[in-house]
Design a protein around this ligand. Sequence first.
Ligand SMILES: [Zn+2]
Length: 339
Amino acid sequence: MEEDRISEDVLKALRIIWKINILPKWKVFMWKLMYGGLAVNHNLERRGFDISNHCGYCGCEDESLQHVFQTCSVARLAWSVYRIQVHLNDNESISFTTWIQRHILLYYSKDSAENTKLEAFVAMLWSLWVTRNGRVFRNLGGHARSVLIQTEEEMKLLRSFQQGYRWEGMGNQSKDKDPFHPPGFLLVSLGRNKDFFPNFVLQVDGSWAKKTKKVGWGWAYKDGTEDNNCYRDGGGSYGRTSTAFQAEVKACLHAMQWAKEQNINEVMLLTDSNNLVMNLKLNKDGIVVQTIWDINEIKRLAATFNTCIILKADRDRVGSAHNIANKCRKEGLSFRNRI
Ligand SMILES: [Zn+2]
């Protein structure tokens, strides 16, 4: 995944998607959609899987991303009666990613209260995907009507998410300054399967006191299939390290070992350490001498997971792990909960 390049235009669109207040799963979905990482038949075949290349709905064409979301008859019908107008008859020579990116820029407004069109656009893409999967994996109907019903449900979910978000007073997302990645999308995928975004989410964090070199680390988890922000305590411990970075590395390693013990095979780890993700992205051994062993151990362990994604997140997204890490450091506490 580290080899992939995203164009500036796509980055611009992804930054917008990141900035607006929509469901986190939609953000991840849009990222994968624009990165070509969704597993439609066309993509699977390109990667050498021996499967039918036909659309699960109309059965008659090549099932590419463009087909599922734009040109398939079910997509055309759903878009044509939808509340927002999209350009379906654009020149087919523009790529699917460009098509998406242009609509994002078209609907985006700097006034956050006016992004309803953009929200509706993403809700429809998501609903087309959910409906398509229901058809392929669970033999559900999946006509244009079910797509539209799905969009209504999704918009309701979004509204309650946005209300909860305001109540918690978390409306001000801090801005990530990393110029190369859309905020929140600096990640490394180290598991065996790179195509899949896991539902099991682990926050990890280290807490380091400069004066005493005492360190605590902790992790918290949630099963992301539910749209809530309620993390449970996973575990934590304490020790001594000579840098704050070592504490972050310890947190990551111990959380992964714990997840393995709990028989979790697909995991997404959130860390607020840019440095950790950058180190894991390097193919060479870790540069910082004190962490070489731990970094290599993280890589080795990650490769035994079916999916293991480590994502740089804003500090407020690892709050639960941060609290555990502080507590473990201050009180010399060590614990491991069971799921
Ligand atoms: Zn089709």
